[in-house]
Each structure stands twice: as C-alpha cells, then as structure tokens.
Write a protein that binds this ligand. Structure first.
Ligand code: TEU
Ligand code: CA
Length: 584
C-alpha cells in the first residue's frame, strides 16, 4: 500500500456532458441521450471513468434545464426515461459511472409543487417555497427586501393570487424551495435524489450546493452598490446556519442506503475553513467541491451574475488560486477537484492560455499537463479534450442564448442608454467569459455543423470547427486529443504521485511567464517536477536549487525533444526518485 485508500471517485477521471450541445441523433438540432450513448466507446477509449450529465430533466428551459419541472421525467427533445435507463446500463456495462446534476435550491415555476403553492396561502404546498408579504414604503408596495437575484433584478416576484412575493435567487422562473419545512425536504430527497439512486446512478454534481439555508429574517442587505435599488445579498444566503445539518440528513437518510455515493458540490465564494467543513471526510457531507477561485479570477466576487468586463488576471494570481485549492489537503482529511472548465465558463484555452492559431495546440497540451498533474478528482468538460476555444469576437448578441449573458448585456444597454461603445465592451466580456462559449456544439468532424447534427443546430456552431475536431484529431498521432489520452493514462499509471501527491509547492510565484511546481509521493519520497510555459517566447527554466543535481526521469513533454529552454507554451514533467533528491 503506497497511497491512501482511494474511494472510487478520488482517482476517477470525469467528463461533463452538456446534453443540448453534445451529439444530436435525430436531426432536430438538439443533442440527446441516444447521441450520448453512441459516443460511449469514444469516451471509454479516452480513459473516462465517470460521466457527469448536466440537467436532462423535464424543464421549460429558462436556464438550460436548471429550472426543473419534474425531477422524475426527461426533457422530451433529450429522450425518455427508457433512454436514461439504457444510458445507465451501458455506462455500467462498460465499467463507467454516471452522475447527474442535482438542482434542489429551486425548481421551475412550472413544477407542480409551485403551480399549487402559488394558488393561495392554505393549500398543501403553500409553504414549500419562500413567500413573504410586500413591504409598504410611503404607501407604496415593495418587495420584502432589497436582495438582488444572481442574474440581475430583484430576487422577489409578486403573485397576485396570494398578494405576496416569492424568493428566487436566480431568474423569476426558478423559485427557491423552502428547505426549512421537513415535509419539503423529504419530498426533495424522494423525488430528486432517491428516484435516481434507485435507478443505479453513482452520485450527483450538486448545484448551488451552499445556498439552501437562508437567513430566515430576510433582512435588507447592506448597501454595497450605492444608488441602486437592489443589493448583492450573498452574506444572507451563502453557507447558511442549517446547511451542514441538512447535508448530513441527506447522507444518513438517503445516500447511505446506496454505498459510496459521489456528491460533488458546486461551492461559490467560500473561504477555506468553511469549505473544509463541507469536504472533511469525517463530516460526510460533500465528497469534494468545485471551488470558484480559479474560474472567478479577475471578478470582484460581490456576487450577482458575471461582471463581464472585469475578468483579467495575471499568471501569479492563477498560480495562487490553484495553490489555494491544492493546499486544502494539507493537514486535513479533505479532498478536492481539479477543473478549468464547465458549462458556466469561457473555454480554458482562451481564458487561461492562448487560442492563437500558431500556439493553440501547444497550449492545449500544456493545460492538459497542468490538470493531469494536480491532486484531486479530475473533471474535463466536453470539447476540452480537442482544445475547443471561445467563439470569435465578431459574433453579435443575436447569437447568444444564455440568460446570464443576455441579462448582463441588457443591463449595460439600459444603464448607458444603448451607447454603442458600452455595448461593444459588453459583447467583449461575453466573448471572453460568457457561458455560451462552453455551450456551442461539440466538433465531431469537418462535415457541415461539425457533425453535431444533420439538421439546424439550436445554437450557432463555432466558425472554425474544421481546425479542431474529433475525427481529424483521431487520425493525427500528434493531436491534442491523442495527447489528452496519453496524459490520462499517465495519470492513472502514476496515480500515487499525480492523483494523490501531497506538498504542492510553487517555485516561481511571481514569474509572469512560467509556472513551476513540485509535489511529493505520499510515502516514497519521489517527487514530481512540472514546468509550464505561458509565454509566446522561449523561456529559461527555474529549477528549485535542491533539484539541480537530482536524477530526473522525463515523464512527459509536449515537444518532440526537450531542450535547455522551454519552447513557447511547452510543458514537461519530471519524476525525481526519492533517493536522488537531496535537501528536500
Ligand atoms: O450556478 C450557480 C452560480 O453560482 C452561478 O451564479 C454562476 O456563478 C454563474 O452561472 C456564472 O455566470 C449554477 C449552475 O451551474 C448554473 O448553470 C445555473 O444557472 C445556476 O446554478 C442556477 O441553477
Ligand atoms: Ca436530437
């Protein structure tokens, strides 16, 4: 035994599928479950062990399925319950696990619970959502408080039948469930969790995993945006007082009936000590979480949608954000995730590296080395394995489908009276970090619509799919896809060091062009030394002094032959044998 006994999900390589844009099987322009099933051999071959399927539930699609109208049914364009049964069975048949998105902070306003709840104040579901009386100020009716919704505007919506407002932390069509009520919690557990575990799924990615417990006094938020009607109110609903109690309740009452269920929580804006409360193995709440430090780099974190125009960061900040997450393991029994992309973010190549033609493939391989050398459960987002990148800058707002980006754009439009320069700036932000970047169809081949659909795609296909697609990369042994496959295999082969390594250390914290880090094998003293170039130029290597004379074995490199210097966007990793390392 060399490493800590892994729970299955610790060393599992996971792949996120966004059903609408993954693979269309019937030509209606929308990806679907049969399309997913048809690509399982591709994923298996890549080395994927767990699939995370983003919401495929019945939904009016106001927020791409994060507004669920029935947890126990499927959005018809994606397929049927029978298709899901087949997907589960086929995944398991091929030795892969499947996890689903668990969206239980809110439902759709079309969910039967809410349809009933809004009718009057006395029906069976009357208190299943968060209803409050209007506030009367100077004889005028106002929402109960000044909280701002994540995607803009007031977090409260008025309903005449009850002469009351309901809370929605996201869009108005996503009313927040009232977790304070035991009966509501039990219904959520039964319908959203138990229903699917019974069908054999292996866990959940938990949406907005720290928002269920609110400050039930619903006080006004402090004014941090002077002069504005609504105010960011994270403080009053992030990591609320009963979160941990409820998560333990779920574990004990539901999950424990099914063995080692993976629960990976999405955990926005939470500091180290609080994160640790969720992910300590002893607490048995979340298995691990998605920290926002890396993906929110350059944002001011005050909450409420994306401030599209402010996302710029430096390499030292990037290193620090990664180190913060890796350090979560030091002296704790916690576990972490490794990821740079998901359905809410711009593409990592464009955002953290470069999508310039001449360096793109090198940079994609470099990011693959980074991710595969970090400790934690690895999540890859569809298309990342072929180096997909952001949509071109010339796209206009008419191509955008995402509610977050559209609201942000309209907000800028209103504030600046439609000023053209401001709108250009807003569009620039959307191009950099807008959520649709990740939601464009996957490039399967160089045929029309990138082989995603034979019909007319629901969202525009990236203009440059011919440069970056699965079929061409499968034929090219030097492709990004082949590199990822090699990297994933290497990660498995050296799991003790790559997946479970400890003592993450950055050696060039202030360098703007190179990222050098080491990690240690948990028991043998072997070390991993990784050099990553984030530069268009040739760069010298910063060897930690104690490594200089150590015997190094080149584990992986992104170039044909490693030289004295780092080539632009090169990455390489060395193995330093325990005995050979002096002074460390
Ligand atoms: O996202 C929650 C979240 O924190 C978002 O505010 C995120 O920061 C935003 O999407 C960035 O633009 C989850 C889902 O991942 C997201 O897709 C959903 O829209 C949201 O919950 C509501 O369910
Ligand atoms: Ca379809």
């Amino acid at each position: 035994m060399t490493a800590p006994t892994p729970n299955w999900w610790k060393s599992s390589t996971c792949y996120q599928i966004w059903p609408a844009s993954y693979k269309d099987s019937n030509g209606d322009g929308i990806g679907d479950i049969p399309g997913i099933i048809s690509t399982l051999p591709y994923l298996k071959d890549l080395g994927i062990e767990t699939i995370w399927l983003s919401p495929m539930y019945a939904s009016p699609q106001k927020d791409m399925g994060y507004d669920i109208s029935d947890y126990e049914d499927i959005y018809p364009p994606y397929g049927t319950l029978a298709d899901m049964d087949e997907l589960i069975e086929k995944c398991h048949g091929m030795g892969m696990k499947l996890i689903l998105d668990l969206v239980v902070n809110h439902t759709s306003d079309q969910h039967k619970w809410f349809v009933e709840s809004r009718k009057d104040k006395t029906n069976k579901y009357a208190d299943w959502y968060i209803w409050r009386d209007p506030k009367i100020v100077d004889g005028k009716q106002q929402p109960p408080n000044n909280w701002r919704a994540t995607f803009g505007g007031s977090a409260w919506e008025y309903v005449e039948e009850r002469d009351q407002y309901y809370l929605h932390l996201f869009v108005a069509e996503q009313p927040d469930l009232n977790w304070e009520l035991e009966e509501t919690r039990q219904a959520i557990y039964k319908s959203a969790i138990d229903f699917w575990l019974k069908k054999g799924i292996d866990g959940f990615r938990v949406d907005t995993a720290n928002l269920y417990s609110k400050d039930t006094l619903y006080p006004d938020a402090a004014i941090t945006a002077p002069g504005e009607v609504t105010q960011p109110a994270f403080k009053h609903y992030l990591n609320g007082p009963r979160m941990h109690e409820w998560l333990r309740e779920i574990r004990e009452q539901v999950l424990d009936n099914y063995g080692d269920v993976l629960m990976v929580g999405e955990l926005p804006y939470t500091e180290r000590d609080e994160v640790l409360r969720y992910v300590s193995a002893e607490a048995r709440e979340y298995s691990c979480v998605f920290d926002f430090d890396v993906v929110m780099l350059g944002n001011d974190h005050v909450g409420g949608g994306k401030k599209h125009q402010t996302f710029t960061h430096t390499l030292p900040q990037f290193k620090a954000a990664i180190a913060k997450c890796q350090d979560m393991l030091v002296g704790t029994d916690a576990w972490v995730t490794v990821f740079l992309e998901n359905h809410d973010q711009g593409r990592s190549l464009s955002r953290f590296a470069t999508d310039k033609d001449e360096f793109r493939d090198q940079a994609a391989k470099m990011l693959a080395v980074l991710l595969c050398c970090l400790t934690g459960t690895l999540f890859i987002y569809q298309g990342q394995e072929i180096g997909m990148y952001n949509h071109p800058e010339h796209w206009g707002i008419e191509e955008i489908r995402d509610i977050d980006s559209l609201n942000a754009y309209n907000d800028v439009k209103e504030r600046h009276d439609g000023d053209e320069l401001w709108l250009k700036k807003a569009m620039k932000g959307i191009q950099a970090v807008g959520r649709d970047n990740a939601r464009l169809p996957v490039h399967w081949d160089a045929s029309p619509n990138a082989g995603f659909t034979t019909g007319s795609p629901w969202i525009r296909v990236h203009d440059e799919f011919e440069k970056t697609n699965v079929a061409d990369q499968q034929k090219d042994p030097n492709s990004v896809l082949h590199f990822w496959k090699k990297m994933i295999a290497l990660r498995k082969e050296h799991a003790d060091l790559l997946v479970f390594g400890t003592q993450f250390e950055v050696w060039d914290r202030h360098d703007q062009h190179v990222f050098t880090f080491t990690k240690s094998h948990p028991t043998t003293g072997d070390k991993l030394l990784v050099f990553l170039s984030f530069s268009d130029d040739i760069e010298p290597l910063h060897y930690p002094t104690w490594v200089k004379d150590a015997e190094k074995e080149l584990l992986i490199s992104t170039v044909a032959e490693v030289g004295k210097y780092l080539a632009p966007w090169e990455a390489r990793a060395y193995l330093l044998k325990g005995g050979a390392v002096n002074g460390a």
